[in-house]
Design a binder for this molecule. Structure first.
Ligand SMILES: Nc1ncnc2c1ncn2[C@@H]1O[C@H](COP(=O)(O)OP(=O)(O)O)[C@@H](O)[C@H]1O
Ligand SMILES: [Mg+2]
Length: 250
């Protein structure tokens, strides 16, 4: 532990401690050890009704996630789970309230900054975990590394991730040759390839039988043991039960 009170950059992962972020207001923000990876404050999400009255889906929603924990958004279809996930991932902006990544409000970032920070921080697995048909599992996992030209550097990690999700011997198979559960596992590996700290996952077990659903639950739980924070939307009671905390939407 660093006891020097003037220096709030202490242990923690080296990459985080060395990161200094220039915000639009020109302040240098140094992440501290205790910053939550993801926080939502007073988030309200309202959709225009195409002529009808606007529909308020989520109102004054608050959530703070500690590193290495899993939070579950539970609730029926249409209750706003996906809406919260996309807001948390900075893919859509809330009508009111704010989202903070490692203590920094997205309100203080421009679009490019949000994209850059998202790439470094958040892996998003959308519902169904869509993969590219013409590519192998390994190529799919490496896809996020293409824009930065990091495919070669990340190949070993991609193979390791596929091994961790139990697909070490399937890495050259195409999506059509994989089961639904296997495809979902490839999508999770892909979301982790850039060294993600926060995994945002939309209904990962929805279309799976119990056995394959349980494999996915095990993988998500394992990622939290590696210090990754998981925000998952589901109505799968077993997944709801293994989460460290949960919100029931209605
Ligand atoms: N872009 C949008 N414009 C208008 N209404 C939307 C939009 N996205 C979602 N909705 C509506 O908001 C509600 C919540 O949707 P969603 O967040 O997808 O819920 P869930 O993921 O829990 O099924 C639904 O009634 C849906 O039709
Ligand atoms: Mg949804």
């Amino acid at each position: 532990m660093n006891e020097d009170p003037t220096n709030n950059v202490t242990s923690g992962p080296a990459a985080t401690a060395e990161e200094e972020v220039q915000t639009r207001s020109n302040t240098i923000v140094r992440p501290t050890d205790h910053q939550m990876p993801l926080e939502l404050r007073g988030v309200t999400i309202r959709y225009e009704g195409g002529g009808a009255d606007p529909l308020t889906i989520v109102e004054d929603f608050n959530l703070g996630l500690e590193a290495g924990t899993m939070h579950c958004l539970a609730g029926r279809s249409g209750s706003g789970k996906t809406s919260i996930l996309t807001v948390a991932a900075g893919l859509t902006m809330p009508t009111a309230g704010e989202v903070l990544w490692e203590g920094q409000s997205l309100d203080a970032m421009d679009d490019d900054e949000i994209s850059d920070r998202r790439r470094a921080l958040i892996g998003y697995v959308d519902q169904g975990g869509a993969l590219i048909d013409g590519m192998s599992a390994l190529e799919n996992v490496l896809l996020p590394a293409v824009p930065d030209g990091q495919v070669a550097e990340r190949t070993e990690m991609a193979k390791n991730l596929l091994g961790l999700v139990g697909l070490g011997r399937r890495m050259h198979h195409r999506p059509a040759q994989l089961s639904g559960g296997e495809r979902q596992r490839v999508a999770i590996a892909r979301a982790l390839i850039l060294g993600t700290k926060v995994l945002v996952v939309d209904e990962p077990t929805a279309s799976l039988d119990r056995e394959h659903a349980n494999q996915i639950i095990g993988i998500l739980k394992d990622t939290t043991r590696d210090g990754i924070t998981v925000l998952v939307a589901t109505h799968d009671q077993e997944l709801i039960d293994v989460a460290d905390s949960r919100t029931y939407m209605n």
